[in-house]
Design a protein around this ligand. Structure first.
Ligand SMILES: *Cc1c(COP(=O)(O)O)cnc(C)c1O
Length: 433
């Protein structure tokens, strides 16, 4: 299958090329040109995520050098569950827990899939592939975990010194081996600028092939469509009704994946995006005018995005706000509402949300009674609350139990190099590393 750039000024490419390039040469994002036709009745039980994914990913990779390896790739990537747990007696409300991977956030799905593909694409190349990741918290940890000890690939994680939480910093700096962690004396924007400068620097490009692993990469989105496939199929088989999803959203990678699953014929009803105080998408749907703006800091920091990159993938399917509004809706949830929802749902149901997932729980409460009663609603839980224990624990007045995979990471020694926010400093850190 072929993938086209959202900007339409780059040649179409196959599966491997789209993943290896990340960004299309015209600055656009790769999107599927066709959708795999999979007979839903032939799919296995929802708990077999790899089995569900194989025919869809196989369709996308048809005719590509990786086609014959799809089975191995999906088994490597989907080696942890995405359980759907009921929140009420009749199953009208449920939570999809996407945080059972190595770094306890849904980004593990995309990062592990991309790693399984890129290590195969790079086989037989003598030059190492160096993946540069600027991170404000969650992405860097998932990418580091996924690529740790993968042959032929190095990862350089750049994070703003002092601006990530202690729990996040530990996940960015506990790896060693082929992962280097750099604490940059600056902001997240400085980290992003350094990555862009590195891509343009002849000396750094001579040393290694450079790549990126953020959610502009198609290889992060296709695997995310698979948990929407499995969940909607599960609900369809159980109740004969479509599943409606409420998705905590920032850069819109997770929600594009849900739209794509719907395009592939899966029984998905409504899609509601829960944003934090960064209201760019909410305002776009309301006014029809797109006004990107600087991000504001919120409790749900992994969603602090003022100019969501993946909106371009949505407008490739729905060219204006009115049309996009027929496919999904969006709400903005304030920090005060996030805090109150975490406190309330802990005391009322004993349910502990991370600040991101709390936006989805609050968005559900804001639906009209009719909408709630007519749907089969799924709250998408994007991270484990223990990742944000500094925020959650004071709100619930209790320590948050730490899952085993996170606990193991918390116990590893932390190692990182501090650098000034200059390209010269990044270059010399690379030569020592
Ligand atoms: C990245 C992230 C989000 C936002 O996902 P997008 O794909 O950027 O919309 C939400 N919650 C958590 C925990 C995240 O790490």
């Amino acid at each position: 299958m072929q993938f086209a750039s959202t900007r339409g000024k780059a040649p179409e490419v196959g599966f491997s090329a789209a993943l290896a390039q990340g960004l299309a040469p015209d600055g656009g994002l790769y999107v599927p040109q066709q959708w795999p036709a999979v007979a839903l009745a032939s799919l296995p039980d929802a708990s077999d995520l790899a089995g569900i994914a194989a025919p869809f990913i196989g369709g996308f990779a048809a005719g590509d050098p990786l086609e014959s390896e799809v089975d191995a790739i999906v088994h490597e990537a989907f080696n942890f569950p995405a359980p759907l747990l009921p929140l009420d007696a009749d199953g009208r409300l449920a939570v999809l827990e996407l945080f059972h991977g190595p770094t306890a956030a849904f980004k593990d799905f995309g990062a592990r899939f991309l790693a399984a593909c890129l290590t195969r694409i790079r086989r037989g190349h003598s030059r190492p592939l160096r993946i540069l990741v600027a991170t404000s918290g969650d992405t860097g940890g998932a990418v580091a975990a996924a690529f740790h000890r993968q042959p032929g690939i190095e990862v350089v994680v750049l994070f703003p010194k002092g601006l990530v939480s202690p729990t996040q910093q530990q996940q960015l700096t506990c790896w060693g081996d082929n992962i280097s962690s750099l604490a940059v004396q600056g902001t997240f924007d400085d980290c992003q600028r350094l990555v862009k400068e590195a891509f343009l620097d002849p000396q750094m490009r001579a040393e290694a092939e450079l790549s990126s692993a953020n959610s502009i990469n198609l290889g992060r989105l296709l695997p995310q469509a698979m948990y929407y496939a499995a969940t909607s199929l599960d609900i369809w088989r159980r109740y004969g009704e479509k599943a409606s999803f409420i998705i905590p959203s920032g850069n819109l990678g997770n929600s594009v994946a849900c739209l794509w699953a719907q395009r592939m014929g899966l029984p998905i009803g409504e899609i509601v995006l829960a944003h934090n105080a960064n209201r760019t998408v909410v305002d776009y749907l309301q006014t029809g005018e797109l006004r990107p703006r600087p991000s504001v800091a919120t409790l749900a920091s992994a969603m602090d995005v003022g100019s969501p990159s993946n909106l371009e993938r949505m407008t490739a399917l729905y060219p204006d706000a009115r049309q996009l509004g027929t496919a999904l809706s969006a709400v903005s949830i304030s920090d005060a509402q996030i805090s109150a929802r975490i406190t309330h749902d802990y005391s009322a149901r004993g349910q502990v949300w991370c600040p991101h997932t709390a936006t989805a729980a609050e968005a559900y409460e804001q639906l009209s009674a009719e909408r709630r009663a007519s749907g089969r609603w799924v709250l998408v839980a994007t991270a484990h609350p223990a990742k944000f224990r500094e925020i959650v624990e004071p709100l619930i007045g209790q320590p948050v139990a730490v899952p085993e995979n996170l606990q193991r990471l918390f116990e590893l020694p932390s190692q990182f190099t501090e650098i000034p926010a200059t390209l010269a400093a990044l270059r010399s850190a690379m030569q020592q590393g």
